[in-house]
Design a protein around this ligand. Sequence first.
Ligand code: FO1
Length: 334
Amino acid sequence: MRITALAGGVGGARFLRGLVHHLRADYPDEQPQVTVIGNTGDDITLFGLRVCPDLDTILYTLGGGVHEGQGWGRADESHHVAAELAELGATPQWFSLGDKDFATHIYRSQLLARGMPLSSVTAQLAARWGLGDHGVTLLPMTDTPVETHVVVTQGGDQVAIHFQEWWVRHQAALEADRFVVAGLDSATAAPGVLEAIRSADVVLLPPSNPVVSIGIILGVPGVRDALRGTRAPVVGVSPLVGGRPVRGHADVCLRTIGVDTTSEAIAGLYQDFLDGWLVDSEDAMAHLTGSSRLAVVARPLLMSSVAAAADIAGAALALALRVAGAPDQTELQK
Ligand code: FO1
C-alpha cells in the first residue's frame, strides 16, 4: 500500500510518527510505503545557512532525535555556537539554533552550495535519520527556494517580515494583513511529488497548519490538480481540539485569510479534493458524521502520546479505506 501525506511542522511530524507506529503494528508483514511531501515555506537563511524547519522537524521526529518538549530541534542539545554568535553581536538572536542542529544546516548548505537540489539533500538527511527503515520517503514540496512572508503594519507602513520572525520573535502577535509566499507561483513540484499524489492508494492530510503548512504545499503548481484528479481517497485530520489549535497560531493564520477557526471552515479549504475528515469528539462537526457528502468521523484527536497518535493515524487510514471501498459515487465527488 502506498500512502502519501502532506505535512508541515510539529503536528504533522507527530501524526506521521503515529502513522509509522500504526503501520508497523497493523501491517507487520507488508511495509506500506509512506511518501511525505514536506512544507518548505518556513525555510529561512540564517548566518549564511539554509534552515528548513518543517523538514527538520519531520526528520528529527521520525528519526528519534527530536526535542520532545519543544516538538522541534534536537534532544540533548547545547548552544555554544549560538552563545558565541551572540557575543559577536551576530543577529538574529530570536531563533534558537542548537549545536547539533547547526550541523544539519551546515551540511545542507554545503551540499546546496555544490548545486545539489534540496530533494537530494533531504534524501541524504533522511538516510542519516533512518527514515527508509520505516518505509518513509521525505520530499520537499519543491526544490525551488520558497519563503512565506507576513505583511504587517509597523509605524503606519506595511512591511513584509519573514514568517519565522512573525511566528517566533513576535509569536504571531503582530497584526498580519496577509501572507505572501515568495517564489511559490513559479515553483516546480520536486521530483516525485505529483507522482506520489497520483499513484497513491491513500492520501492523508495530517493536523498541520491549514494556512502556512498545508496551504503552502497546495500552492505549488500542479499539487491541487493532482489531489483533485487522484483516484486515492483523500482524508484529513482537523488541527482543532476543543475548537482551538493544539499548539501554534493556526487560529491567527486562519483569521488573517478570513476563515473561521472551525473544522468545517478548514475542511472548506480542502473541499475540492477532500473525501474524509476526522474531527475531535467535542467538535461542532461531530454531528455531521452521517449526513454530509464529506465522510466525517469524530474521535479524540489529542496526540498526547505516540500510541494516541497511532490510534488517530489508524482511524484516518480506516476512514480512507472505507471511503475507497464505497460505491463509485466517491469518484463522482472529485
Ligand atoms: N520555534 C520557536 O518557537 N522558537 C524557536 O527559537 C525556534 C527555533 C527553531 C529552530 C529550528 C527549527 O527547525 C525550528 C525552530 N522553531 C522554533 C520551530 C519553528 O519555528 C516551527 O516549527 C515551524 O517553522 C512552524 O511549523
